[in-house]
Design a protein around this ligand. Sequence first.
Ligand SMILES: C[S@@+](CC[C@H](N)C(=O)[O-])C[C@H]1O[C@@H](n2cnc3c(N)ncnc32)[C@H](O)[C@@H]1O
Length: 264
Amino acid sequence: MRVKRETINLYLELLKKTILFEIWGKNEIYSPTGLPIPPVLNEFLKSHNWPTVAHSMIGRPRMNQLHEAMETVIKEKVEGDFIETGVWRGGSCIFMRGFLKAYNIHNRKVWVADSFKGLPAPNAEKYPHDKNDTLYTSDYLRVSLEQVQQNFRKYDLLDDQVEFLEGWFKDTLPSAPIGKIAIARLDGDLYESTMDSLTSLYHKVSPGGFIIIDDYELPTCKPAVHDFRQQNTINEPLVRIDPHSVYWRKPKNQIISKLNRIGI
Ligand SMILES: C[S@@+](CC[C@H](N)C(=O)[O-])C[C@H]1O[C@@H](n2cnc3c(N)ncnc32)[C@H](O)[C@@H]1O
């Protein structure tokens, strides 16, 4: 049975609204202390949203960009799976699985990579940019594998097209049995986490595939992106998604790519 495009869009919109908790609370803001948040801080938190109940913290512009990227790779027949490194409660990956389900696509998987116990403590000697990062102390960022799987179940989207990679990226990603990748969504905050993801995954990204950097504007993440791109002579323009995030696409033709200039 062929499902109408309109019905697919309706399902995917509802899925986004649910994952982001938009139906019940707009701009839901997390208060670490439980006390009311001062207006100035409130503005800051809106663009660095740490929600209380939503299953993803990426917000609407980044969720829409993920949606557009998936539509593009399907339309342009860019081969490969979808992966997110750094999934927290799993919302972005749940959306990816929902997308494949809606389009009745069976030959792509969603890879869900996380420690499922929060961020690693900084390895300042190897990665000086991470030196002062304290996110590893945050219990809020620790979401267990069982909790993430339970979240998938809530949407009826946990099945054998979802693969979990549990552990630090440096241990799981190099040997992960992933073939081609169409979309790599990196959301691990740190220099180390970003560099480990790029090093292990970039060569698997198909021509035309997307590399999405959620945390680009973090002082830990940005240098990792620039170092990796420089070391690998990647000149594709970085495309802005929102004030926090960027993406680029792997060139279909490497010769053309080298003629391009860095956009940011
Ligand atoms: C900001 S959250 C991800 C938000 C998520 N993408 C969403 O849709 O809401 C960062 C996640 O990265 C994970 N993480 C960061 N660095 C990691 C590493 N080196 N290895 C494994 N997991 C890591 C943390 O456990 C955490 O779940």
